[in-house]
Design a protein around this ligand. Structure first.
Ligand code: MG
Length: 470
């Protein structure tokens, strides 16, 4: 294909439209579906065997899926801040997972994908888990979304938490900025989110829209509606996966029925890897090391599918490294929107989605809170000396929604991995590759100077502030 059109997809689409189509707004609809704690190996297209995900597999077959796609932080709030702003969350002073006691959230000065697209004439809606500040000042409606329906934070932050009984207040369900109910159980959550999404699509069918659907599932506590109970024959986790898969199918059916499927870009990914201490209530790492809360591949590598019929090649697998921070600038390009005023960290990955071989981005840093724990450059990953959580190998895992205990272990010195040959991070190849190690350490130094690093006592020079209430 002509490279001109790669650089100017909007121009290309204008040239090929019929006169009637030209009269309409050519901007594509964007649907961004974000699962919670869904693991790299949880989709059929990524090797899941215990349950079926036919709609997600079809989405992958109709588009391009990534095999080395990352979140920069393997935990909810930080991961979501990065996704929606295209910026590392530690730069924005957001870490971990905020709960009901937080007095801060995503700074209203930051530009979200919703604000960027709204400024370009999009109708914007969010359904699902927010987790960037639960006070009114920080809710989705103050961050560029015209409408909101969902939970302000994680679904386990409620009085039934298995380890923190009575610490959390009742779990609010919010519409707009108003609490409309407190959840006693969560069986209908995935169905409600689906129906709200369909309603939003239907309502906005005549104008370009952006829908951000952030499922609470398959984050614990796991719940499914009656229509999926026992469906996977593999336990509750499989049932939950099947209901999320159903939800994707319903959305695609609606787009088709309204004639919108050709003009809609769907992106599906997850906020971090599986919460392994929950045993049978956690997802499948597909051989990746560790899980959520760590900077090992099991924590940060997630499934990622980009589907847009006629615009994104169907049935392709992209093996180049990319990250959720790259979604905002990529959407800016395909919609012709203006990038945020404040500097962002992501870059446009449209060429990678299109299958062009591009130079790897000079380093993706991986931070857990303020600790720089790893750096990735293409196929190379330098894991820096740090302490991480793991489950002792002799632990008997459970399957009832009650977690086992992690222990902390120390990685005493940095280790280099070739992720192409060794995605499971089993073999340190630093001794054989001293030049790569030196280059990667150079990247780590750049990250420290820019963003800081608690492990080496470095202050970052380009960090910004979270938003705070009195
Ligand atoms: Mg999560």
């Amino acid at each position: 294909m002509n490279t001109l059109f790669h650089s100017f997809p909007i121009l290309a689409s204008l040239l090929f439209l019929t006169p009637e189509e030209k009269a309409q707004d050519p901007k594509p609809n964007i649907i961004l579906i974000f699962a919670d704690d869904m693991a790299y190996g949880d989709l059929g297209a990524y090797g899941a065997k215990g349950w079926k995900t036919p709609n997600l597999d079809q989405l992958a077959a109709d588009g391009s899926r990534f095999t080395q796609f990352y979140v920069p932080h393997a935990v909810c709030t930080a991961s979501r801040a990065a996704l929606l702003t295209g910026t590392y969350a530690n730069r924005l002073e957001l870490y971990g997972a905020l709960d009901h006691s937080a007095k801060h959230g995503l700074n209203p000065e930051e530009t979200t994908i919703a604000e960027m697209l709204k400024a370009n004439g999009y109708q914007t809606g969010m359904v699902g888990k927010w987790h960037l500040g639960h006070h009114a000042e920080f809710l989705p409606t103050r961050q560029g979304f015209d409408s909101y329906f969902g939970l302000p934070y994680s679904n386990d932050m409620w009085p039934n938490h298995p380890e923190s009984k009575n610490y959390y207040p009742p779990l609010p369900l919010i519409e707009g900025e108003k609490t409309i109910a407190y959840l006693e159980d969560q069986q209908e959550l995935t169905s409600w989110y689906t129906y709200k999404s369909l309603e939003f699509i239907e309502k906005n069918q005549d104008q370009p829209f952006f829908l951000y659907l952030a499922h609470n599932m398959p984050h614990v506590p796991l719940y499914v509606s009656d229509k999926f109970k026992g469906k996977s024959e593999q336990g509750l986790y499989g049932d939950v996966m099947m209901e999320i898969d159903w939800s994707v199918g319903e959305i695609r059916k609606k787009l088709e029925a309204l004639g919108l499927d050709e003009n809609t870009l769907i992106i599906f990914t997850s906020d971090n890897g599986p919460w392994l201490s929950y045993g049978g209530h956690a997802g499948l790492t597909a051989g990746l090391r560790e899980g959520k809360g760590t900077s090992w591949e099991g924590g940060i590598r997630v499934p990622a599918i980009f589907t847009w019929p006629g615009k994104i090649p169907a049935g392709k697998v992209r093996d180049q490294a990319a990250m959720t921070i790259d979604i905002l600038p990529t959407l800016a390009k395909v919609t012709g929107s203006t990038l945020p005023t404040l500097p962002i960290d992501g870059s446009d990955i449209w060429p990678i989605i299109q299958g062009e071989k591009v130079q790897p981005k000079p380093y993706y840093p991986y931070y857990n809170k303020n600790e720089l724990q790893a750096v990735i450059y293409g196929k190379w990953k330098l894991v820096l000396a740090h302490t991480y959580r793991t489950i002792p190998t002799d632990t008997e895992m459970r399957n009832d929604g009650i977690p086992v205990k992690y222990t902390n272990v120390k990685l005493d010195s940095a280790a280099l991995f070739d992720l192409t040959k060794d995605p499971g991070e089993t073999t340190d190849v630093s001794a054989q590759n001293p030049q790569i190690v030196a280059q990667m350490n150079g990247f780590a130094d750049l990250a420290r100077a820019d963003l800081g690093d608690a492990l080496t006592g470095k202050e970052g020079s380009n960090n910004r502030k979270a938003g705070r209430i009195e």
